[in-house]
Structures are given as structure tokens and as C-alpha cells.
Design a protein. Structure first.
Length: 132
């Protein structure tokens, strides 16, 4: 949903209106989907929000949110021009990254044992090449 967001500018330390919020394309695997098909969801949030805020909102909107799940059980990876650039730091603001318009981000979650991420980057890269 597109909403008007009031956020604190980290540099000027003033409340600002972010109209419209920036759009992020979140790519993820649906839980229990054995086909390994990647799903996508457009998520709107202020560019002044932290990566953790975007990740939390994306988890909820993609149906992947679990109450009391540790923040370290999921992460967002910047994926640009069919290349993985970096895992985004939860503590940084989205504005601190040089992300393009409607960036492709991969939402990765740890598996049931909590020791590795279920979304294999190679699988996502292959899927993106087919989409291009």
C-alpha cells in the first residue's frame, strides 16, 4: 500500500514527509513451495527507514513473518543487473545505499535447522536470467 510516511532525516535531524515512499521489489521463495519458484512482491517504505524496517515489512507482506523469530534468521541481498552486490546491513538506512529505482532485493531466510539460507543465490540468479 502507498502511504504517506513521516520519517526523521538522518542528516538534518528534521521530520520530513516521504511522498510517495520508495518502491522495492522483494523476491522470495514461498514457504512449503517444493517447485522452488521465486515469487515477487512490491513493498513501499520510506527511503529514510532502516534495512531492518524494510525486511520486517517485507516478511509480513510476503507471509514469511514469524513471531519471536530472531532478526538474524533472515536477510536482504542487493541484486542488480543479474549480479549479487551485497547483503544489506540491518542497521543502515536505505538512503545510505546507492540503490536504483525499484531495486531487486532477495529476501533470504534460514532453513528449519537455522544454519543456512534456504534461497540459494545460484537458483535466484538462474531464475532472473530467464526473466530478463
Amino acid at each position: 500500500s502507498r502511504e504517506i510516511i513521516r520519517a526523521r532525516d538522518p542528516i538534518k535531524q528534521k521530520l520530513v514527509f516521504d511522498i510517495p515512499p520508495k518502491s522495492y521489489m522483494i523476491n522470495y521463495l514461498k514457504p512449503g513451495d517444493d517447485s522452488q519458484n521465486i515469487s515477487s512482491k512490491q513493498v513501499f517504505i520510506s527511503k529514510y527507514a532502516t534495512v531492518a524496517d524494510l525486511k520486517h515489512k517485507a516478511l509480513k507482506e510476503c507471509g514469511l513473518y514469524k513471531e519471536n523469530e530472531p532478526e538474524t534468521d533472515s536477510r536482504l541481498r542487493d541484486y542488480f543487473n543479474q549480479n549479487s552486490r551485497q547483503v544489506l546491513d540491518d542497521k543502515k538506512t536505505l538512503l545510505s545505499y546507492n540503490l536504483p529505482y525499484e531495486p531487486d532485493l532477495l529476501l533470504e531466510k534460514k532453513n528449519e535447522q537455522g544454519n543456512e539460507y534456504t534461497e540459494k543465490l545460484e537458483h535466484f540468479q538462474e531464475w532472473r536470467r530467464k526473466q530478463a
